[in-house]
Design a protein around this ligand. Structure first.
Ligand code: SAM
Length: 289
């Protein structure tokens, strides 16, 4: 299900296009949500009879997929994303693992999102858990926090989560790779057709502290990932800092050089990424406005 059927007033076409271009490879090459983080989210829903999830910036459905595994009793999921191609990919990935859970996918911006209107005799649905994974920095944080406060169930939790990209990671092989990307694209960290990457104006914790969601606990899950040269190249094609479009006709030349560089650094073994997946788990204090 997608809505609205009329054009979305502030849907930025270049932003939707940026993410759409990556949809096909995203599900294959992007790391999922660590099971320990999914368990933490599942715990917030464990005692509810028909738990519901709203996932903002759902992309190919990585968060719903991990949560369905940790909590098979999940009753209803609504996934929101700017990109219809990402949502199509999410439907394909989630349909086989839904079991008894109902899935709705909504093409709109998180800042404008409203729950789907109920059918006659039905009540408005209210999410018990709202998640935003690797996507909050693309959004207007205060608007999203205010909107989710208005629509969430009284006892709901909000989780803002993510891990650094390979661009940020500090290891010999990621530094060498970043240097190579910069030789092709220039020194700044690109963000697709949008120019430079949006930098968080304020730490997410500060935005949460100033919102209704001010009761925040930070959870860090160490993660070690093993990459092959091939999976790194696939991952890069899904990113806003090294997607194929940025290189235009030089993309094949970039991939050839990157493959040679990574083959050399891997020397037949894995390329390791030691990182942490962070979950900011927020609730509202009594009387929060
Ligand atoms: C890096 S992906 C993260 C996807 C997924 N949550 C994950 O953890 O793998 C960011 C997603 O956010 C979506 N997005 C960006 N800005 C958005 C906005 N303002 N409202 C809704 N979705 C947005 C993009 O279309 C993209 O699919």
């Amino acid at each position: 299900m997608t809505y609205p059927h009329d054009p979305i007033p502030d849907l930025s076409a270049d932003r939707a296009e940026l993410f759409a271009a990556a949809a096909a490879e995203y599900d294959r090459y992007r790391p999922g949500v660590p099971p320990e983080a999914a368990e933490l989210l599942a715990e917030t829903l464990r005692d509810l009879p028909d738990p519901t999830l709203l996932d903002l910036g759902t992309s190919t459905g990585q968060v719903p997929k991990a949560l369905l595994k940790a909590l098979p009793s999940l009753d209803y999921i609504e996934g929101v994303d700017l990109s219809q191609q990402m949502l199509d990919q999410a439907r394909a990935a989630l349909t086989p693992v839904l079991g008894g859970c109902t899935l709705s996918l909504v093409q709109t911006s998180a800042e404008l999102y409203k729950p789907l209107a109920p059918l006659p005799e039905e009540e408005w649905w209210t999410p018990d858990l709202i998640t935003c994974c690797r996507a909050y920095h693309w959004m207007s944080g205060p608007d999203v926090l205010a909107r989710t406060h208005r629509i969430a169930a009284p006892q709901a939790s909000l989780a803002i989560m993510g891990d650094g990209s390979l661009w940020m990671h500090e290891a010999d092989w990621t530094r060498a790779l970043r240097d190579l990307v910069q030789q092709f694209l220039g020194a700044g960290r690109r963000a697709g057709a949008l120019g430079d990457c949006p930098k968080p104006v304020r730490p997410f914790q500060e935005e949460l502290a100033d919102s209704a969601w001010s009761d925040v606990a930070e959870h860090r899950f160490p993660v070690t990932r093993s990459w092959s040269p091939e999976s790194v190249l696939g991952y890069l094609r899904t990113t806003s800092f090294a997607g194929a479009d940025l290189f235009a006709e030089r993309h094949a030349a970039f991939e050839e050089e990157a493959r040679a560089l990574l083959d050399n650094l891997a020397d037949g073994g894995p390329l390791l990424e030691e990182t942490a997946f962070t979950v900011l788990l927020a609730r509202r204090r009594a009387g929060a406005r």
